[in-house]
Write a protein that binds this ligand. Sequence first.
Ligand code: ADP
Length: 300
Amino acid sequence: MRIGGSPALEWGHTAQPRNRAPWARHVVLFTSGKGGVGKSTVAVNVANALAQRGLRVGLLDADVHGPSVPRMLQLGGERVRWNDAGRMEPAENFGLRVMSVGLTTPEQDTPLAWRSAVATSALVQMLDDVEWGELDVLAVDLPPGTGDVQLTLAQELPVAAAVVVTTPQAVATDDVRRALRMLLDIGVPVAGVVENMSGFVAPDTGARYHPFGAGGGKALAREYGVPFLGEIPLDPAIGEAADRGTPIAAVGDAGQRELFSELARRVHAALQAGAARAAGGSADASTPRPTGRPTAGVNG
Ligand code: ADP
């Protein structure tokens, strides 16, 4: 049933969300059109870089069917603990409080063959029944695509910003456009697009190659009238660090750390600008929100 015209509220709309996370000042979603583009890698590293800015950051792994956050933070062997009040305690590492269904299963590879109603109720539980404590940022690593989990979270949380992760190849597909359009249609403020695996720097010569094309993320951001947040190269050290459970934003060389520190700075700035707009007290208040309609003439 459609309530009161566009946008369709049965989809959920962040203009009138329930707020299941009153303990978090800002909720940031990390999303992508497709799996395997590095969404979780970006979420973990940007969350870590936000924590390095002195913010209290929680990371909710909402990728319920393929939770990879615990492994990326060396928490693969941890299992959920309950406090005396019967609430779950988030696991902690690298300055992040973390909750994931991966922490609730008997084994790391226990299959999560859940119907979407079960997946969404597990998520609600990870908001309601976890002792997150006060947070400046709750970062949410969403599953790829435009399904029930995305809509439920937009309905249950006042989302302050979404970061859309893509690769140069994925820009050529419709999936990332669908993900962007869904966010804009349901009223989620898009902090911007990150192009991951964007070019490869040869370690011996320093030459930069673009085997999958260049500039797609930027063009996509222009097309949808949302900011472009930056490019992350295809760097074996980023993948190896994730596999070891030590985020590159924490343990990488100066250049690797700076990449994520700059992304975190931009996300933080988007959160502050959004908060100022909401308070009605900033010059930003006059900045028009992205429309989500492709802009004529920038797609060619
Ligand atoms: P998603 O969450 O989109 O499914 P992941 O974050 O799990 O993707 O990343 C998929 C794989 O690619 C992982 O093995 C990860 O370590 C690797 N990876 C992600 N980003 C990069 C990068 N910039 N350079 C090299 N490997 C990367």
